[in-house]
Design a protein around this ligand. Structure first.
Ligand code: SF4
Length: 337
């Protein structure tokens, strides 16, 4: 396996095949210091009302809209119902209307919004997954995992590696963090796109070295902020703040998924059957954002391959590509302009 990116996508493809989870990549997982921690993969195990959530929209419901005072009862002015600046409130309300979580009701020249449904209880468990294929190059791994364990945003945290895991490795990883060894594939040896075939879907071999100890997202957590020579600044994060962040990260995972947004228009780009960007010239999965483009010595302009993300995701996960929606909107009467 040549890169962390390819490793991560192979793992996502494997988990999609073997678990009933919804997966998203590269998502913000800190509360007090947003952006300070990006988790490699967040897995959402469906909760009791998952089907109701899936029926609303295939996209992310804006977290601000979920947190707002807009509900299915009386239509309200979004600016008054959101706890943020008016412009931000309007944009979040607009987006909530677009995805079918809100509907619009005109009051003269004023535009009010109402929820189309109650926000469902759809998040079963959240699993935070940190990938480190080579434990010989751990980088900031220990600090990241200590942070995740102390904050307790996820129900469980797992480190996934391709390395042989020694007792010394385990001793350096917080006790609550699970450890999996994963050896994936890259669809090597398949025919290039010109054949009309796609490289095979992913498979791999996953061994549980240590099960994670469940964390408690319903209690307060401690988020490290900055390290100083003799002390670490921390923030205490309340259960309510964690619940809000959990909804946000789950929504983001639901809307975003793990496959690349775009595939390069290059003759060697030959996506695997599960949607990983496999390059026939280099015989491996590449990261289109960094590896591809005219600066690549093997680049050869061609049409971008057609990959139906939605069909792939719908067929392989509980996520629903094109739900009917729950909106009661009367088109033409109360659509805003
Ligand atoms: S641009 Fe380079 S890395 Fe990307 S698919 Fe083409 S040959 Fe492969």
């Amino acid at each position: 396996m040549d890169s962390e990116y390819a490793f991560e996508l192979a793992l996502c493809a494997y988990l999609e095949e073997t678990r009933e989870w919804v997966l998203g990549r590269q998502l913000g997982a800190s509360v007090a210091d947003p952006g300070a921690r990006i988790v490699d993969v967040c897995a959402v195990a469906p909760g009791p009302e998952f089907d109701r959530r899936a029926a609303i929209t295939s996209e992310t419901i804006p977290p601000r809209a979920v947190e707002s005072d807009v509900g299915p009862g009386r239509a309200v002015d979004p600016v008054a119902a959101f706890d943020c600046a008016p412009g931000v409130a309007r944009r979040a309300a607009d987006r909530a209307v677009e995805v079918g979580f809100f509907e619009v009701e005109r009051r003269g020249s004023r535009r009010h919004v109402r929820g189309t449904t109650r926000y469902p209880d759809w998040i079963g468990r959240l699993i935070g997954i940190e990938n480190k294929p080579d434990l010989g190059r751990p980088g900031d791994l220990q600090r990241q995992l200590r942070r995740d364990a102390a904050l307790g945003l996820f129900d469980a945290v797992v480190l996934v590696t391709e390395s042989y895991v020694t007792r010394a490795h385990l001793n350096r990883i917080p006790e609550s963090v699970g450890v999996w060894r994963f050896v994936g594939d890259e669809g090597e040896g398949e025919e290039p796109r010109a054949s009309g075939d796609r490289p095979a879907a992913g498979f791999g071999d996953l061994t549980v070295i240590r099960e994670p100890t469940p964390l408690d997202p319903t209690s307060s957590g401690v988020e490290p902020l900055a390290d100083h020579p003799l002390r670490t600044d921390v923030a205490v994060v309340s259960p309510e703040e964690k619940a809000s962040k959990r909804r946000a990260i789950a929504e983001r995972a639901y809307g975003k998924g793990w496959r690349p947004r775009d595939y390069p228009g290059c003759a060697s780009m030959c996506p695997t059957a599960d949607g990983r960007p496999y390059c026939a010239a280099f015989d491996r999965v590449v990261d289109p954002r960094y590896d591809c483009g005219e600066s690549c010595p093997a680049f050869e302009a061609a049409d971008s391959p057609a990959v139906d993300h939605e069909e792939l995701r719908d067929a392989r996960t509980p996520w629903v590509a094109d739900p009917d929606g729950v909106t009661r909107r009367q088109t033409g009467l109360d659509r805003f302009t």
